[in-house]
Design a protein around this ligand. Structure first.
Ligand code: GLN
Length: 469
């Protein structure tokens, strides 16, 4: 039997109807059977089984088990795990082995989580279709000719294809919600700072957050409460109280839900998504919630501001990959400057090079004020206007993506088309807000979802609402 929630796994382990070894073996079989999906960069078969045996023995001896005992996790290839490779989907880090473990992952490990492998992703998390990976694209299990979304594409399919129970991903501009939605599962990013970024390979540090992809919001709530909270290694993770989100009462009372009415009419929205959004609005209305149309003046500036700011941060973050300290070093170089240029030219893919160039340009003297400085101001305006909406309402309801999963290869030559498709997800990252993608039952077609956003630090309220749906 394939378990689709932490609760059902743990109930089955507690009543002896399964063992941890059986669970892990099932997942390993599923990975082998679905190798064509290209979900994993590396599978930790032996050590996962070893840990499962250890947990089964401990359980038999009556030991107190961790809150995540028997829970099998995949980690995106940007999460550091001591003694294991981590490459950010890039040739430049192909051989790199992490000397330490990300704080959030360590907290899950301390509660007994079993890591089954690291998942494919867009190179340095830059992309929306998982097509920018050095390891080739991951395929959507709902239709193998289509993308699973990105950049946490492997993470989304790892859950969709039942090769693990829950996946740890990262979001800079939508990389958890968008692939989750493309694959028909839940995807959640917390408030900026809620989870430590220590041990996540940096892309845009003022945007990056760890997030979870799972079959339900209860599993996300539990993973969040265990991994969130202050960390001495990340000054942006403040000492805010972390609630036991998974045990909070579900929220069933009427909520005030804002939505962008103009957006529902937008021509760029795929008809299936527009219909799904309309149906969701109606359903919420029928359930007694107050649905309030609101306006947002900055939609035209959201994607440009995001790409100016994140490429600027990326150009700085990725300067450490210079062929000298770690990662790929060109064997063709004969002096220092050549070592830098050839190592980076060989090591980085096209999209990453494009973004480093863009980011270097917007930060260069003479252009800084016109681009980077201006984008920072736009970010503030976006944040303030969203804050105004969330001061008056409980949640904002939006699509996750304007498009359905596209055929693999269709958009690879058109970076701008890819960037524009990020319009609905980058908002939460620009403003640092928590947001969740909720799947809708697809009627035969491709998966569709919707998105709910809440105020800063209100992930308890957001998850309680979604858990109660
Ligand atoms: N698609 C967006 C980008 O390419 C978001 C990626 C992310 O969240 N890591 O930047």
């Amino acid at each position: 039997m394939v378990h689709t929630s932490i609760q059902s796994v743990q109930a089955a382990l507690a009543d002896g109807s399964t063992t941890t070894v059986a669970i892990v073996r099932n997942y390993l079989d599923a990975i082998a059977e679905q190798a064509h999906l290209n979900i994993y960069v590396e599978v930790y078969a032996e050590e996962a089984i070893r840990e499962a045996i250890r947990q089964d023995e401990a359980r038999t001896q009556g030991a107190k088990m961790g809150k995540l005992a028997g829970v099998v996790l995949s980690i995106k290839d940007v999460i550091c795990y001591a003694g294991h490779g981590v490459s950010a989907g890039s040739r430049i880090l192909e051989e790199f082995v992490s000397p330490y473990t990300a704080t959030a992952l360590q907290r899950l490990l301390d509660e007994g989580v079993i890591v089954i492998g690291r998942t494919n992703c867009d190179e340095f998390a830059m992309g929306s279709g998982n097509e920018n990976s050095f390891y080739g694209p991951t395929r959507n299990a709902a239709d193998v000719t289509r993308v699973p979304g990105g950049s946490s594409g492997g993470a989304a399919v790892s859950v969709q294809a039942a090769t693990c129970l829950i996946a740890m991903g990262s979001s800079t501009g939508g990389s958890v919600r968008q692939p989750a939605s493309f694959c028909g599962i839940y995807g959640f990013k917390p408030t900026y700072g809620r989870i430590s970024r220590h041990g996540v390979i940096a892309y845009g540090s003022s945007f990056d957050q760890i997030g979870y992809l799972a079959n339900n919001a209860d599993d996300i709530a539990l993973a969040l409460e265990i991994s969130a909270g202050a960390d001495a290694y990340d000054a942006t993770a403040p000492n805010k109280i972390v609630a036991t989100y998974s045990k909070q009462a579900v929220e069933t009372g009427p909520q005030s839900i804002a939505y962008f009415a103009d957006l529902m009419e937008s021509e760029s929205l795929a008809p299936e998504i527009r219909n799904a959004m309309q149906a969701t609005l109606e359903r919420f209305r029928a359930a007694g919630h107050r649905l309030v149309p609101v306006t947002f003046s900055f939609f035209d500036y959201v994607v440009p501001a995001y790409y100016v700011l994140t490429t600027a941060e990326a150009s700085s973050n990725l300067s450490r990959f210079d062929g000298m300290r770690y990662g790929h070093r060109s064997s063709e170089a004969t002096d220092l400057v050549e070592t830098y240029t050839k190592s980076r030219t060989e090591g980085f893919g096209t999209e990453v090079q494009r973004r480093i160039l863009l980011g270097t340009f917007v930060l260069s003297s003479g252009y800084y004020d016109a681009y980077y400085g201006k984008a920072q101001k736009v970010r503030r305006l976006i944040r303030d206007q969203l804050q105004g909406i969330l001061d008056a309402h409980d949640f904002i309801l939006m699509p996750v993506s304007p498009s359905l999963p596209w055929p693999i290869g269709e958009q690879t030559d058109d970076p701008v088309a890819n960037y524009l498709a990020d319009i609905y997800t980058v908002l939460a990252n620009l403003a640092g807000l928590p947001a969740i993608a909720v799947p809708l039952k697809a009627e035969g077609g491709l998966p569709v979802g919707y998105q709910l956003m809440a105020d800063h630090w209100e992930e308890g309220k957001l998850l309680s609402f979604v858990r109660g749906l």
